[in-house]
Design a protein around this ligand. Structure first.
Ligand SMILES: [Zn+2]
Length: 297
């Protein structure tokens, strides 16, 4: 091949590479983890393609995208994430990205966040999605972001967001009514993910672990939690599906309580994904667990 042809070929390849991030047809929305995926899917409908970065069965705290998954992000027009420190890799990704066309939607921006109980100063609790009222604000942020980056479909996003917000408002009504009259108001949970839900419905969260599920308690801390649970006559210990129930089981045996699932909905198990479970369905199951565990009328 002559030198001129090489130059032409390289120029053509360079042009093709520049065009590669723009997918044909629908806009690609990359959501960081499950609740962001489900909320985005509800708002996008069939107007955009929504994918989740964290796959089913994986606990998203401390998860980091692989180089392959980063390529997926660079193909997207939208990146939807929780913020509040839950996805520390996003800041670096947005700093490094050369594709300025990507619309980054931080769904907790501007919300009143609860300080994390951990020692790190300035850290906030990221588990905003477990409050059906704040979840509506997250849906609004997604609606506004999608409309900004894809104005041709703005009316459609508005329509779908309104429908989903109505379902979240109904969920809030069901929680408020279902948890109004209960014998207990203390929830002993494995990792501290229910502060926003507890604040909304006047419950007290007692967490065996910290804000992240891998921060295990010392034997002294565990004994203190057992004493507290005994003194408040707790009859159920709540545990979650994506981390081992070992600690919850130990604690329950120790104080003669039983265990129930309370799902922080940070990701679906493979079984939940296969069964077509979604945020609303899992929250309804959470309400049933709470009503049983707290003996609500
Ligand atoms: Zn968590």
């Amino acid at each position: 091949m002559q030198r001129g042809s090489w130059v032409l070929l390289l120029a053509a390849l360079a042009a093709a590479c520049q065009e590669a991030p723009v997918p044909p047809g629908k806009a690609l929305v990359v959501a960081s983890f499950y609740p962001m995926y489900d909320f985005s899917r509800q708002v996008a409908g069939d107007r955009a393609e929504v994918v989740s970065l964290v796959p089913p069965g994986v606990e998203p705290h401390d998860w980091e995208p692989s180089p392959q998954e980063l390529i997926e992000v660079h193909k997207a027009r939208f990146l939807v994430y929780n913020g509040a420190g839950f996805e520390p890799w996003v800041d670096k990704l947005l700093r490094d990205t050369t594709d300025k066309k990507i619309v980054a939607i931080e769904t907790t921006r501007g919300l009143d966040l609860i300080p994390a109980t951990a020692k790190r100063t300035g850290a906030v609790d990221p588990h905003v999605w477990l409050d059906p009222v704040l979840a509506q604000s997250q849906v609004e942020a997604i609606r506004d972001g999608l409309a900004r980056g894809d104005p041709a479909n703005a009316a459609g996003y508005e329509h779908s967001a309104r429908a989903f917000r109505t379902r979240l408002a109904e969920l809030d009504t069901a929680f408020a009514a279902g948890l109004r009259d209960c014998e207990h108001r203390d929830i002993v949970v494995s990792h501290a993910s229910f502060a926003y839900l507890a604040q909304r419905y006047r419950l007290t969260q007692v967490a065996v672990m910290g804000v992240a599920p891998e921060s295990e308690p010392s034997p002294t801390q565990l004994a203190a939690i057992a004493n507290l649970a005994r003194s408040r006559r707790v009859t159920y210990i709540f545990f979650e599906t994506l981390v081992s129930p070992r600690l919850a089981d130990t604690l329950a045996r120790e104080i003669g309580a039983r265990t129930l699932v309370l799902n922080p909905i940070e990701g679906l198990t493979k079984e939940e994904a296969a069964a077509g479970k979604d945020y609303i369905g899992l929250m309804e199951a959470n309400l049933r667990s709470l009503r049983t565990g707290l003996r609500c009328r």
